[in-house]
Ligand binder design. Structure first.
Ligand SMILES: *[C@@H]1O[C@H](CO)[C@@H](O)[C@H](O)[C@H]1NC(C)=O
Length: 238
């Protein structure tokens, strides 16, 4: 019984825990995400081939050598701790090189995340205009609030915000998909996270759908000035 339990608790939440990015058949989806947080790009074709071209615009090449990517059995592409330098075009093709789906992804640098708590009076970044040859408008595109971390008692919830640029009449786009190889050092160009209080009723349907986790205890060795603690299966996206 114990053996089965371990096996199940190990394999099931790992699949469940993936943040899946999908886009409809033969379309191009543009998206901002955060670096350092695992994602899966969906492509529903067992013999899928994935190609990549960075935002610097080099020639597209077959993805098979990055240590942090893995093609899943169904065809989707798993990226473990993607880096800002891995921003670019991810293209999924079938074996006859016909397009199935493509993603243009801006992995915004999570180490520059601007974090504010709404109920502590901390202010998110202001909208700004920036002169890059012409005037462009920089703002944060907020995702919806995520679930409250408690129910029937006071809790907190968060939302992520991505740096976007708008140059009317064009549609806004993620900052680094717009800037590409333009070297601008400007402190407004960063992703954000906002936290606020919440109080929600418990939803029994939701409670039973929670994954199960394995708890483990590690003895920390000699304390050093810098230490990195990783919470297994945690994701900033939920
Ligand atoms: C900033 O710009 C966004 C997008 O145009 C807009 O929704 C938001 O209200 C603006 N915020 C402020 C404080 O002007």
């Amino acid at each position: 019984m114990l053996a089965t339990l371990c096996l199940v608790s190990f394999s099931f939440p790992i699949l469940w825990a993936q943040t899946l990015i999908s886009c409809s058949y033969k379309s191009l989806c543009q998206k901002a995400l955060l670096s350092g947080n695992d994602i899966v790009l969906h492509c529903d074709h067992k013999a899928a081939l994935w190609y990549f071209s960075s935002i610097l615009g080099e020639n597209i090449f077959l993805l098979n050598s990055w240590p942090n990517i893995k093609k899943l059995p169904g065809g989707s592409l798993q990226l473990t701790k993607p880096q800002p330098s891995q921003a670019g075009l991810f293209r999924c093709e079938d074996s006859a090189n016909a397009l199935i789906v493509e993603y243009e992804i801006d992995f915004q640098d999570a180490t520059t995340l601007h974090i504010t708590h709404k109920d502590l009076g901390q202010k998110p970044l202001q909208n700004e205009t920036l002169n890059l040859g012409g005037e462009v408008f920089i703002f944060t595109h907020w995702e919806p609030w995520q679930d409250c971390n408690r129910c029937e008692e006071p809790g907190e919830r968060k939302r992520l915000g991505y740096c976007y640029v708008e140059e009317p009449p064009e549609k806004p786009m993620p900052c680094w998909l717009y800037l590409r190889d333009e070297k601008v050092q400007y402190s407004r160009l960063r992703p954000e996270m906002q936290v606020e209080r919440c109080l929600v009723p418990c939803d029994p349907g939701k409670e039973i759908k929670q994954p199960f986790f394995i708890y483990d205890i590690y003895q920390l060795g000699k304390l050093t000035n810098h230490m990195w603690l990783t919470c297994p299966l945690a994701s900033i996206y939920r």
